[in-house]
Design a binder for this molecule. Structure first.
Ligand SMILES: NC(=O)c1ccc[n+]([C@@H]2O[C@H](COP(=O)([O-])OP(=O)(O)OC[C@H]3O[C@@H](n4cnc5c(N)ncnc54)[C@H](O)[C@@H]3O)[C@@H](O)[C@H]2O)c1
Length: 457
């Protein structure tokens, strides 16, 4: 295929060299005369393992050329990659000036081009940029998106130092597109690159890099905070983290990575609090570990705010224990939500087939006596009765028996805290705690904007 790269810096130089190695013809363009001239001499613009050989090989076999003429680059390629810098402003905002400048250049060049053109944003940009770039290109070219051209988001995951290896062996190849033609072109472009090829929503692809990098940062500071606590106790932190990483069921795994409700139960709150307090007693700053509890509390407030935003007084809570399949109510986050709602005068009905008030004993009974002393008056073992008498159904535990609720109780408002449904054809109002757009009747989902009230747990 014929490909152009707008930007011959780190990502552009590596991408151009690797695409040429994959057998494509590559035209690099840059505003820097020096970088264009280096490429045309068969020399890389950066220092990086393996890059010298790759650029020389591509130059020598005629697969790589560079130019400052952006029109030439567009006219002689089917796909143009945008790989210019996206620096941070002082306040942390993204500076998209270079991306927009390239969008305008490509748009101008497309005025004269008859063939369909694919623009791929490889630079790291925030969600929404793809659409803005598409509009800019429409304005500059006088052409129509998805008729004359399309804009794909194809984030770059390489790390400096191992850039060529990372480019050729990515964890997966990700594109966000709304064009079938672009998807098949990208499958062809990357057909010799190993790993899963994922084609997804444009905004999903756009946010992915930020989620990845923020999580990588979180991993590093978490390990460092654990290390600092261990050091103070004369414990070998590397042994600790080595063993930590051996748990592929809960630690290094997809487990717990599903956006949803707050955590609770008898262990997580107690044990993370104990580690936090230990660190404080040792005078060790652990801001990340400190932030876990407040973040969890915010998710309970979010649940209350969503329920309140529905403007109804009769609330049915489906699932009261801290997770499905148990009757353990200790530190169950939905109990805190129910307590707040009761305090505000809401009428609460509760269904949980595992919770039998008369059988609660020990700390479980004490917890409920303190939080919901009148639980026996609110709880029922008749799911349909609870649904009938409620205007808002709050699903707090994921149970198979809730699957049929939208059909059995149409027109109710559903607040889903556990992703009971992955997609829904429902004529009632549906809202997930941390996700949107699964109800195909999405007009029902327009949420009223509401003043945030301070809620104490
Ligand atoms: N460096 C990395 O490890 C890495 C990894 C993944 C993603 N990214 C992202 O990729 C993007 C590019 O990063 P980089 O490190 O390659 O940046 P860079 O600064 O090394 O290179 C950007 C290049 O774009 C050129 N340029 C600017 N305006 C141009 C224009 N109008 N036309 C043509 N060229 C133009 C610059 O002269 C420069 O050579 C950024 O969004 C970055 O966040 C970087």
């Amino acid at each position: 295929m014929n490909i152009s790269f707008f930007g011959l810096g780190y990502v552009g130089c590596v991408g151009a060299a690797c695409c040429a190695r994959l057998g494509h013809h590559v035209i690099g363009t840059d505003v820097s005369k020096n970088k264009v001239s280096l490429i045309n001499q068969g020399r890389p613009t950066i220092i990086e393992a393996e890059i010298e050989e790759l650029i020389k090989e591509a130059h020598d076999n005629g697969r790589l050329e560079a130019t400052m003429d952006f029109r030439y680059a567009v006219m002689h390629s089917e796909i143009s990659f945008i790989v210019v810098g996206t620096p941070s402003s002082k306040e942390g905002h993204l500076n998209l000036d270079y991306v927009y400048a390239v969008a305008r250049q490509i748009g101008e060049a497309l005025r004269e081009k008859k063939e369909f053109h694919i623009i791929a944003i490889r630079s790291t940009v925030l969600p929404g940029t793809n659409q803005t770039v598409g509009k800019m290109i429409e304005e500059a070219s006088g052409k129509k998106r998805n008729q004359d051209f399309t804009v794909v988001s194809n984030p770059e995951f390489l790390r400096e130092g191992t850039a060529v290896h990372d480019y050729m062996n990515p964890p997966f190849t990700l594109i966000g597109t709304d064009s079938e033609l672009a998807e098949s072109s990208f499958r062809e472009l990357y057909k010799d690159i190993p790993g899963e090829f994922i084609s997804t929503d444009i905004e999903v692809a756009e946010i992915m890099k930020y989620v990845n990098n923020t999580y990588h940062g979180l991993k590093i500071v978490f390990a460092n905070e654990v290390g600092n606590i261990c050091k103070a106790l004369n414990i070998d932190s590397h042994k600790v983290m080595e063993i930590f990483c051996k748990d592929r069921q809960l630690n290094i795994s997809p487990y717990y990575f599903k956006p949803g409700f707050a955590y609770g139960g008898s262990c997580l709150p107690k044990d993370s609090r104990a580690l936090r307090t230990l660190a404080h007693d040792l005078y060790i700053d652990v801001p990340v570990i400190d932030a876990i509890h407040p973040s969890n509390e915010i998710q309970k407030k979010n649940a209350v705010e969503i329920i309140e935003s529905k403007g109804k007084r009769k609330i049915g809570i489906l699932g009261l224990s801290f997770k499905a399949g148990t009757d353990d109510l200790r530190c169950s986050p939905i109990v805190d939500v129910a307590e707040v709602l009761l305090g505000k005068g809401y009428e609460i009905s509760i269904y949980d087939r595992n919770v039998k008030v008369s059988q609660l004993t020990g700390t479980n009974a004490d917890f409920i006596a303190a939080k919901l002393p009148h639980l026996h008056e609110m709880i029922s073992d008749d799911l349909d009765a609870v649904c009938r008498e409620s205007d808002v159904l709050v699903i707090a535990n994921k149970e198979r028996e809730f699957d049929e609720l939208p059909q059995r109780h149409p027109h109710k408002i559903i607040v889903d805290l556990v992703r009971q449904f992955t997609e829904l054809d429902y004529d009632g109002n549906y809202e997930g705690i941390s996700w949107a757009n699964i109800n195909i009747n999405s007009a029902q989902n327009d949420l009223p904007v509401k003043d945030m009230e301070k809620i104490e747990f």
